[in-house]
Design a protein around this ligand. Sequence first.
Ligand code: G16
Length: 547
Amino acid sequence: MATIDVEEVRRLSDLHPKPALIRFQYGTAGFRTLGNTLDSVLFRVGIIAGLRSKKLDGKTIGVMVTASHNPEPDNGVKLVDPRGEMLESSWETHATTFSNAATTEDFLFVLDAFVKTAKIDLSKPARVVYARDTRPSGPALVSAFEDGLKAIGAEGRDAGVTTTPILHYLVRSINTKGTKDAYGEDSEQGYFAKLSEAFKKLVAGRATPPPLVIDCANGVGAPAAAKLSGLVKENLLLVLENTSTTTPGALNNSCGADYVKTAQKLPPSLASKLNAGQRGCSLDGDADRLMYFYIDEGGKFHMLDGDKIAALVAAFIVELVKTAGLEGQLNIGVVQTAYANGASTKYLAERLPVKCVPTGVKHLHHAAEHYDIGVYFEANGHGTVLFSPTSQDKLTTYEPSTPAQSTALTHLINLMQLINQTVGDALSDMLLVEVVLAHKSYSGVEWDSLYADLPNRLVKVVVADRTIFKTQDAERQLVSPPGLQKKIDEIVQRYDGGRSFVRPSGTEDVVRVYAESIFRPQADELAFRIAGLVYDETGGDPAQRPK
Ligand code: G16
C-alpha cells in the first residue's frame, strides 16, 4: 500500500506557509481573494487535486487559476471534476479544511486523516490539467500549485494561459477520449475547430451581419477571441477592443461583463467604437460570462443580459424541436437565479418550466441536468445549454419525415457541437447568439423587444462580517441576521412591483443587494434604502455607507 512521502510534503509545505489570521473559504467559484495571500492555498489545492484524481481512479481533474470578474489584484482557484463540471460539493468542504490548517504539521495531520477517512488509494495514478488567466500574480501561484502536484506525485499538464471554459472543455475531452462520449480533440485548437465548424454549418447561406464589437475586458478572452476571429471571419467579423492584457490595472477596469451588468452602461472605452444599432458584447476576465448591448438612434444604451440570452436561445430551441417533429418528446426547461429580471421569468414561464436556484453555476448546472434540454443563464451572463444523454441519443437516431424536420434536426445536432456543455462560455454563447440572430433576422432591437426589463439595481455593501448573512428559498429570504428580512419586507411593500433580496457574495468581500420595481427611480431608491438598512443593521466602515 503506497503512502504519502511525509518528508517531501513537509519540505514543500514549508515553502508555502499559510498566512496567519486569514480564514480561506471555497466559495461560489472556488477560493478567491487577494492574489498575494493565496500561495499556501495553491500548494494545498495541488495536493487535493491529486487526491481527487486518485479517488476517481486516475481520471483527469482540472484546476483553473483565475479571479474572473474581480479586480486585478485578486486571484483565485477552482477545481473541475472529470466531466468538466464544478467540483463535487463535499470536496469543497475538504478543500476549505486543507486551506485553513495553520502550520505544516497541522496540514500533515489533516492530510493523513483525510486520506484515511476518504479511503484514498495512494497507489492510483493522479492526473491534473491546469491553466491560468492573465493576472500578474498567476505565474507564482501556478508554481506553488505545481509544488502541490509534486508533493502528492501527480502528473500535471499545463494548458498555459487560457479561458476557464477552454479548461473545462479540455478536462471533459481528455476524460472521454476514445469513448463513445468523446467530446472533442483535447487541445485548444480542437476546441476552436469544434466551435467554428459547427458555427459555419449553422449560419451557412445566411446574410453576413454587421461586425460585432467585443469588449475583451483586457483579459484572457482577448487572445482567445483573436484565435476564433480568424476561423469565423468569412461569416462573422469580430472587432476586438480592450485587449491590453499586459497593461497594469487594465483587467476588468471600467470594462467587461460585470461592469456592464452592474453599471448598466457602455464601457467608456467603447464610446466611439460602436455605431447606432451595431451589436456589441463584453466578456469577463476569464471569458465565461457574456453581456450583449447596443446603442439606439437616440444614443440610449440597451443591455441584453443573461436573461435576454436565455429568452432568445430557449425560444429558438423550442421552435427547432417543434419543427423537427419532436414536440412533447423532449422536455425543455430553464434555470435562473433570484437575480433574473421579473419580466424575463414571466416571459419564460409562459412558454416553459422555469426553476430558480441559488447563485453559482454549479447550482444552475445541476438543476439543468434534470431536463432533456436544460437552458441555464444567470442574469450576469453566465450560462449554457445542456443536452442530456437521452436527448443526444434521440436527436442522433431520430428519423425525420419531411425536409423541414430534417433541417431543424440538423440544426439541433450542430447546436450540440457549438454549445460548450461543460460550463458557461462567453465565446461559445456569443456564437450561439449570433446563430439565433442570423436565423431570426433579428438586430439587437428585435431581440430586446422580446420583453421589457423591469428597472433594477444591484448594489454592493461593505459590511464588518458578511458571514453572518444566511439565506433560504434560493437566496430570496434572509434568515440571519435575525429580524432583518422583516424590515426589508416592510420597505419593499411600499414600492410598486417592488422586489428586493440580500445575500453575501461568494466571490467578493461584500453583501449584494438587488432591487427591482416598475419605475426606474423607485428601483434605484429601493436598492439604496435596503443597502442603507443592511449597512446600519450590521455595521462597517462609515466611509463605505451606500449613498
Ligand atoms: C462567479 C460564479 C457565478 C456567480 C458570480 C458572482 O462568476 O461562477 O456563478 O454568479 O461569481 O457570485 P457572487 O454573487 O457569489 O459573488 P465569475 O464569472 O466571477 O467566476
